[in-house]
Ligand binder design. Structure first.
Ligand code: PEP
Length: 250
């Protein structure tokens, strides 16, 4: 039985004050979320604040990326050992904004995935097709390629210790959400691809949907067999909306 999971991806949003308010709001409502696991992935500069505030609560935290080098001349980057200082549990890798805006290749994502695991974090591996891929019927090919890059480098067993997030890029921040059937088809494809290599890994890995998930569409998506929760951008910035999605996952 896979435990449902909702992950908030705050992206480059927030301030010291707004984060305090947001976390107070989420924590106030989390008592009702008894089954689902809840995580927030926050900007690096607020990890200290978030880790202090969430220590001892049921709300886990993580980062939005990690560099694959341990230390050195990598201006603007953050290493796994630095994240370790803030007791992160999760790290997002391969978000489409990293792939498309900052040129992270499948190989880069695989390297970051491996480093995240080496430091004991659970990578949240994002995969998903661009609008043009979607329109050309290339969704499965693109997602399979992104997944295979990780399996080829880290091995199939490594997938057992991660979370996969299927995020159609055309649905991220656009308000255009995939239908539950569209998302389920891709999730099932991912799971069956994994099952060919290791059925246990396929059964155990949680596969989240991401892309304009909101309280009013979350239930229909998460109800699908292979959708184990959500990776949420915009709606994770409002406590009420985020909690609505957590309740749907619950
Ligand atoms: C995301 O960026 O991972 C995401 C799913 O964003 P949104 O929920 O805003 O579409």
């Amino acid at each position: 039985m896979r435990r449902p999971l909702t992950v908030g991806n705050w992206k480059m949003n927030g301030s010291h004050d707004s984060i305090n308010e947001l976390l107070d709001g989420i924590l106030a409502g989390l008592g009702a979320v008894t089954k689902a696991e809840v995580v927030v992935c926050v900007p690096y500069v607020y990890l200290q604040q978030v880790s202090e505030k969430l220590k001892g609560t049921v709300l886990a935290w993580g980062a939005q990326n990690v560099n694959d080098n341990d230390a050195g001349a990598y201006t603007g980057e953050i290493s796994g050992s630095m994240l370790k200082d803030f007791n992160c549990r999760y790290v997002i890798v391969g978000h489409s904004e990293r792939r498309t805006m900052y040129g992270e290749s499948d190989g880069d994502v695989a390297a970051r995935f491996k480093v995240a695991q080496a430091y004991g974090f659970v990578p949240i591996l994002c995969v998903g097709e661009l609008l043009e891929d979607h329109e050309r019927g290339m969704t499965n090919e693109v997602v399979a390629r992104q997944l295979d890059a990780i399996i080829g480098d880290a091995g199939i067993n490594a997938i057992g210790d991660c979370v996969i997030a299927y995020e159609p890029v055309w649905a991220i921040g656009t308000g255009r959400v995939a239908t539950p059937e569209q998302a389920q088809e891709v999730h099932a494809m991912i799971r069956s691809r994994l099952a060919h290599l290791n059925p246990d890994v396929a059964t155990q890995v949680r596969i989240l949907y991401g892309g304009s998930m909101k309280p009013d569409n979350a239930g229909d998506l998460i109800r699908m067999n292979d959708i184990d929760g959500g990776l949420i951008g915009g709606a994770s910035l409002k406590a009420e909306d985020f909690l609505g999605i957590c309740m749907a996952a619950n």
